[in-house]
Design a protein around this ligand. Structure first.
Ligand code: NOJ
Ligand code: CA
Length: 564
């Protein structure tokens, strides 16, 4: 297991809490979408810096930036044309260093993307590779004279791609790509590629970042006769990435894996605590949405029971929505049909193997179910990763292409362009949401700051409570088994204290009887209001839950000689 003790040999500023990511709350945002400072219609780093106090006051502790590098933007920046600088639309390296400095001053951490699998076809490496097959760069990509190698590898972007091979008329060969045909995969069999990616990581660590969300990690190597995912060679390289991080930058830097795989396969990306610190829990995500629509707990319980233990220095990243489609790759065919039927009746809502909608529209703007999903996000084992705008209940625009409908400008005020930019509306990188339900006139930070009962203020309060109780981040989890399947109940146990979580997944009120006899004599204290509930006895504990209601209790020892 990697060393997590503070190391006196490390330079000044090295990490005081090497396991910070286990108790973090991560906020994912696109610089382009957050705040425009110079009126060109595109969000930028100075704009983001000016909004850091908002993020601090929301209660998140870490900000994950979607790609900020020069790029033709055909995959929103995941098509990188230069790994060592900042997209000029967003600012300069100096702006970036200032962002890191300002964030750290506020005790906020910064994660950036490490896009390891592919580059843009506009990257000078690829341009050299295709123009000159004798060049050193040629072997940085994966080429073939035919398009029938690695047939067992699935196609990921099923709506746009027919093959993982694309003919290049200049090189007169096919090149390999797991994503868009303008995103050639790097050739990890070439040690020079491996070394270059280590250098990219070093470069951004030198700019002060706290870690990386590492993009598309399962696909680094290709081997005939396999599906080219999760190969041992891929894990070996990722372990090398981690070892370099630990050796050269010490504990406290973090790697978060984007591996959209089944739990047993994701487990391997934690290694023996010597590969990734964190991994997204992709399978639980769609099952949260399934459970709430079916009004029963089974999908959540089943997937959590299939989730393997992970090493002590590792943590799951739990999320509801992100910048991509709500992916349905990790569910059965039957469940996928169900999800499409329930959540994406309009074909425009579907893309690839998933649903391109935001959280609030998925819940039909139902405040109670939006709250319940946030409650689950913050109480299931792992670190919550929130997506910008979901704390307001922002809407989406399914008429924009690709996944852009969930990437519209942040809604700050009811003023022009939602307070996002002073540019003419036509110049914005994307139109603001302006429909009567989710439009910026109705849904914006300023208005919600003013209203004590707004979703924003409710989310703030939820995060405060979560952060007050390390049980949610660090505790073990045990399910209770009430006969009413519409109720999900579990405990989180940490350092001798227990928290009880009870959730009504139904849109109607539900009774529940919980076997809490193991805690006989304890008093459940509800965490939002601090109200003590009746003492636990050896009998079944009865609760009535309103529609989509969830309750968090601390189980306190009963005062000596008394009962409630
Ligand atoms: C994963 C990213 O989340 C997604 O947005 C991107 O399109 C693919 N990687 C390919 O780069
Ligand atoms: Ca700008």
């Amino acid at each position: 297991m990697a060393d997590t003790e503070p190391n006196p040999e490390l330079p000044i500023g090295a990490e005081k809490d090497p396991l910070w990511y286990k108790t973090a709350v991560i906020y994912e945002l696109h610089v382009r979408a957050f705040q425009d400072s110079n009126g060109d219609g595109i969000g930028d780093l100075p704009g983001l810096i000016s909004r850091l106090p908002y993020l601090k006051s929301l209660g998140v502790t870490c900000v994950w930036l979607l790609p900020i590098f020069p790029s033709p933007q055909r995959d929103d920046g995941y098509d990188i044309a230069d790994y060592y600088s900042i997209n000029p639309d967003y600012g300069t390296l100096e702006d970036f260093r200032r962002l890191v400095e300002e964030a750290h001053r506020l005790d906020l951490r910064i994660l950036v993307e490490l896009v390891v699998n592919h580059t843009s076809d506009q990257h000078p490496w690829f341009q050299e590779a295709r123009l000159d097959p004798a060049s050193e760069k040629h072997d940085w990509y994966v080429w073939s004279d035919t398009d029938d190698r690695y047939r067992e590898a699935r196609i990921i972007f099923t709506d746009t791609e027919r093959s993982n091979w694309t003919w290049d008329p200049l090189a007169k060969k096919y090149f390999w790509h797991r994503f868009f045909s303008h995103q050639p995969d790097l050739n990890y069999d070439n040690p020079a590629v491996q070394e270059e990616i280590l250098n990219v990581m070093r470069f951004w660590l030198d700019q002060g970042v706290d870690g990386f969300r590492v993009d598309a990690v399962p696909y680094l190597f290709e081997r005939e006769g396999t599906n080219c995912e999760n190969l041992p060679e891929t894990h070996a390289f990722l372990k090398q990435l981690r070892a370099t991080l630990d050796r050269e930058y010490g504990p406290g830097k973090m790697l978060l894996a984007e591996a959209n795989q089944w739990p047993a396969d994701v487990r391997k990306y934690f290694g023996e605590g010597d590969e990734f610190h964190m991994g997204f829990h992709f399978p639980v995500m769609p099952r949260l949405f399934m459970a709430i629509r079916r009004e029963e707990r089974t999908p959540i319980v089943e997937i959590m029971q299939q989730t393997p233990e992970i090493p002590d220095n590792c943590q799951w990243a739990i999320f509801l929505r992100n910048h991509d489609e709500l992916t349905l790759e990790m569910v059965t065919d039957e469940d996928r049909d169900y999800m499409y039927r329930e959540y994406a009746q309009d074909p425009r809502m579907r893309i690839n193997v998933g649903i391109r909608r935001r959280l609030a529209p998925l819940m039909d703007n139902g405040r109670r179910s939006i709250e319940l999903l946030h409650g689950l996000l913050c109480s299931l084992p792992g670190t919550p990763v929130m997506y910008y705008g979901d704390e307001l209940g922002m809407g989406d625009n399914i008429y924009l292409g690709d996944r852009n409908g969930v990437r519209t400008p942040m809604q700050w005020t009811g003023d022009r362009n939602a307070g996002f930019s002073r540019a003419d509306a036509a110049r914005l990188y994307a139109p603001v949401i302006s429909d009567p339900v989710y439009g910026y006139q109705a849904i914006n930070v300023e208005a919600q700051e003013r209203s004590k009962s707004s979703l924003l203020n409710w989310v703030r309060r939820l995060l405060q409570i979560r952060q007050r109780y390390p049980h949610f981040a660090l505790g073990t989890m045990n399910f209770l088994h009430p006969t009413n399947l519409r109720v999900l109940a579990f405990t989180r146990h940490h350092e001798g204290q227990t928290i009880l979580v009870v959730c009504n997944l139904s849109r109607f009120a539900q009774p529940v009887e919980l076997d809490l006899s193991a805690y006989e004599g304890a008093v459940p204290v509800e965490l939002m209001g601090g109200t003590p509930f009746p003492v636990i006895t050896q009998h079944l504990y009865q609760l009535s839950l309103g529609p989509y209601m969830f309750l968090w209790f601390r189980l306190d020892d009963a005062p000596q000689g008394g009962s409630t």
